[in-house]
Write a protein that binds this ligand. Sequence first.
Ligand SMILES: [Zn+2]
Length: 333
Amino acid sequence: MSVFYTECIWFQPKIDLSPPLVPTLRRRDPAKLSLDRSVRSVSAPPLPYANGNSMATYSLTAIIVGGFPIGESDKVVSMFSSERGLVRAVAKGAKKPGTKMSGKAEALCVNKMLVAKGRSLDIITQAESVCTFRNLRADLVRLTHALYYAELTQAFGEGLEEESELFYQVLFNSLHMQEAAVADARLLSLEFEMFLLRQLGVSPELQVCIKCRRPLTEYNITVFFSELGGIGCDKCGRSSSTSGARVAERNFDAYDAEYEERGIFVTPLVWKMLVNADATCDELALPESLTRRRPAYTEAQSPALDAAHRLMQRNLESRAGKKMRTLDLLKQY
Ligand SMILES: [Zn+2]
C-alpha cells in the first residue's frame, strides 16, 4: 500500500495534532458499517492567546472540498473532516499567492489543522499539509472525477456526521485510487456513488423488482426508476415505458427530460456493473481496496460503464435536488 502514499508530503508536526492520518479499521458486518469509535480523538485543549484570554479550539484532519473568497485576501473553505464531518472555516491569507495558507486551502488538499471557534465563522489558526494529490492534478479526467467527489461531499456531507470517520477514509482512499489509476475513472466513481448512496440509506434496489418484488435476472430487467430507487422487471417496466427501446448506453443526455418520469432502460451489462459496484463499495474504507483488482472493460463495454456511473449520478442528483456540474467539464474535451 505504501506506493499510494509516496506522493504525500508529510511534514514533521510542530504541534501535536491527533488523530492519526489513517484511523484504525476493522472488518464488521458490511450491513452495519462503522469504524472503531475508540480511535476517535479528543479535541485539543484551548490554547492561551496573547490577550490572556483562551479561545476554544479544536483539531481536525480534513480534506478541502470547496471554498469561496471573502474580503481581499481570505477564503472560506468547506472541508470534510474525520472528526466532525463537514466543517466551514476561514483560511486567512488563502487568496494571496505565496502565503502559508494559499497552498493548503485548494480543493482536495488534506491538512491537519487547529481551528478556533468564532462568533459566526470558525478560523483556521494552524495547518499542516498531509497530502496534496500532486499527481492527480496532472490528469485532467481523474482530477475532474476527484472534484466530482468533492462536489458530492459538499452536497451530502451535512448528513454524514455520524459516520464522519468512515466517510473521510473512503473519500481519502477514493482520491488515492484515482491518483494511482487503479481502475477506469468511471468505475471508481461508480463505487464511490454506490458507497455514498448506502451511507445515505438509499442504496438502489438491484436484486428484486422495485414495484412487484419479483427477483431480477438479466432476462427480466427493464428500467431504473429514479424516484423509487431501483430497477423494475419486464412486466412493471413495460407498463411505464411507452416510447419504445431506449438504451441507457447511448445518448444518455437525451433521456434527461423523461428520466424522472419513466426511468431509463437498463441493459444486462449495466445491471451487472451496478450489482458488482454495490457488492464491493463496502470495502472502500479498507486498505485492501487500494490494491484490489477490478475488471478491465473493453472499448465495446465502455458505454455500459458510462451509463452505469451516470445512472447513479442522476440518482444522487435527484436526491440532492440539483445537478452535479463538475463532470460536465469533461464534455468540453
Ligand atoms: Zn415488477
